[in-house]
Design a protein around this ligand. Sequence first.
Ligand SMILES: *[C@@H]1O[C@H](CO)[C@@H](O)[C@H](O)[C@H]1NC(C)=O
Ligand SMILES: *[C@@H]1O[C@H](CO)[C@@H](O)[C@H](O)[C@H]1NC(C)=O
Ligand SMILES: *[C@@H]1O[C@H](CO)[C@@H](O)[C@H](O)[C@H]1NC(C)=O
Ligand SMILES: *[C@@H]1O[C@H](CO)[C@@H](O)[C@H](O)[C@H]1NC(C)=O
Ligand SMILES: *[C@@H]1O[C@H](CO)[C@@H](O)[C@H](O)[C@H]1NC(C)=O
Ligand SMILES: *[C@@H]1O[C@H](CO)[C@@H](O)[C@H](O)[C@H]1NC(C)=O
Ligand SMILES: *[C@@H]1O[C@H](CO)[C@@H](O)[C@H](O)[C@H]1NC(C)=O
Length: 596
Amino acid sequence: MRSSPPHLPCTSLVVLFLSVATVCFAADPYVFFDWTVSYLTASPLGTRQQVIGINGLFPGPILNVTTNWNVVVNVKNNLDEPLLLTWNGIQHRKNSWQDGVLGTNCPIPSGWNWTYEFQVKDQIGSFFYFPSTNFQRAAGGYGGIIINNRDIIPVPFLLPDGDVTLFISDWYTKSHKKLRKDVESKIDFGDPDGILINGFGPFPFSSEVASKGFPYGTINVEPGRTYRFRVHNSGIATTLNFRIQNHNLLLVETEGSYTVQQNYTNMDIHVGQSFSFLVTMDQSGSNDYYIVASTRFTKTPSSSAKATGVAILHYSSSQGPASGPLPDPPNELDTSFSMNQARSIRLNVSAGAARPNPQGSFKYGQITVTDVYVIVNRPPEKIDGWLRATLNGISYLPPSTPLKLAQQYNISGVYKLDFPKRPMNRHPKVDTSVMNGTYKGFMEIIFQNSDTIVKSYHLDGYAFFVVGMDFGLWTENSRSLYNKGDGVARSTTQVFPGAWTAILVYLDNAGMWNLRIDNLASWYLGQEVYLNVVNPEIDTSENSIPQNTIYCGRLSPLQRDQSQRVNFSGSARSILATSRGILLVLFAILISTLAR
Ligand SMILES: *[C@@H]1O[C@H](CO)[C@@H](O)[C@H](O)[C@H]1NC(C)=O
Ligand SMILES: *[C@@H]1O[C@H](CO)[C@@H](O)[C@H](O)[C@H]1NC(C)=O
Ligand SMILES: *[C@@H]1O[C@H](CO)[C@@H](O)[C@H](O)[C@H]1NC(C)=O
Ligand SMILES: *[C@@H]1O[C@H](CO)[C@@H](O)[C@H](O)[C@H]1NC(C)=O
Ligand SMILES: *[C@@H]1O[C@H](CO)[C@@H](O)[C@H](O)[C@H]1NC(C)=O
Ligand SMILES: *[C@@H]1O[C@H](CO)[C@@H](O)[C@H](O)[C@H]1NC(C)=O
Ligand SMILES: *[C@@H]1O[C@H](CO)[C@@H](O)[C@H](O)[C@H]1NC(C)=O
């Protein structure tokens, strides 16, 4: 069988039309950003509270880049606690050093800055970043990542007339510090106080909400035009149903995969997931329309005003406000509707990928699996007096020395490569146990959710194929249900309560990669593990340790205090350097030569 893996480095497809440009195009461009992360005051639900913003923005700026670009983000931590930003869905080929989670990086101390540098490679689509530690995502700190195609790579739909990023999220008026304290002592911090859309509370769609006078979000559109809506669930716990009154959502992409294009009237978006829809402004446009995100599977019915996020779709031709009831949500408690919808999302195997081969050219269904893991999550429980949550009976304890640094410096005793392939019949424990992957192996992971709420599992460093999900216990026979042809490749998948989801992943990206439940309380209580993938032969399969590495834990003696304190001006500095810069210089020389 000859099928090419989706991530081989591309060397041969540089298109040249000017010899003078050769040097410039051969090097991939660099873009630079200065970001200051700090608290801002906002009142999205009427209560003044501290939120986390970037360069004064909540949500933060959109990282809008093109595949193959080198991205340099100098992050200044102006919070009063350590910070790490992680880049959800960005694969960081060969470079888990930039992943921004506690297993790979020491957190950036308060008052310090640290520069991430990574290349976005072999990916096109919609992703987002967020703070990965200390429960900070509950206060914001997130923003969009758009990876555009290079010109030589076709996209399987016409260029839309506009590009809209929407963050939908559950929201609590308690601070992230109070929430994380609650999580340490209680199993449940209850249903959210509201749902935000791009950091705003709901439009006054009912008299109850109207009395509160929240500021709300508005998206301006032109009649007849088609827009790409990139919708991310950046919340901490709650599945949200997304819909736009009287408008179809044509699903085209999710987390970097082009899907079979299908219309939906609504979509369940689970914590940490990202979708792109094309929405055509095909209504009369004589008034505005509701954009809705409402809770799914929560205790409080989603029909309650409190639990519904509403923004406004405003046609330029509009004469009046949105009116009528909100568009109907799916049946409140019907998880089978949601599962069937998830199964209907499939890869368009003939569409091109980040490189000019079809997405379906990697025939994952024909590859022999080398390792099988069945990972079971259970509800939180007391372990040695502490409230913890486990995967296969182990609650992950982050060591003070990041795993990746311990590996680099040969420090033993920080972690063990002994994460069990099946749940063990033994007492749950707190430990630093890591999955041992085989470089270029093909891993099957079955997530079995023994909890009563939907969980989102996320794997850093990879896109995996979602091949099956069903209610009940997974057995070997469940494999007969797998989709072996056009399962969608993504980095975040839901697992319904009392159900399983199976994924397949080709371990071609060496590094130390976080596998976690993205629901923040689960993650905080220990439902995460790392997947160690080492190439035993060639060490160029991983980037070397960055020069600006921050040291902590057992390596703290290597760290010097950060003497050079920086203050960014507050606005983003974004320079597209290298090729365009050089090209402009050459162009200027050419013009001045001609002018003589
Ligand atoms: C992203 O940048 C490209 C140019 O590189 C531009 O054409 C596009 O409009 C930008 N998109 C957004 C959403 O800002
Ligand atoms: C902090 O920012 C300064 C100024 O931009 C930069 O020179 C330095 O390299 C940054 N420090 C780190 C550790 O990235
Ligand atoms: C799949 O992608 C191809 C190639 O771009 C496109 O022509 C086709 O319409 C897409 N099919 C569906 C069902 O989305
Ligand atoms: C999706 O719905 C729009 C109308 O909103 C229609 O024009 C289009 O043909 C539909 N596309 C598909 C693939 O069903
Ligand atoms: C760690 O061990 C490897 C293999 O034994 C060796 O090549 C490497 O130099 C060691 N690294 C350090 C920092 O001691
Ligand atoms: C981890 O996996 C590699 C490759 O499969 C193997 O060589 C190594 O012995 C394993 N290590 C442990 C501790 O199991
Ligand atoms: C940065 O700002 C702080 C507080 O505003 C100030 O004390 C410090 O002198 C400034 N540092 C530089 C290098 O401008």
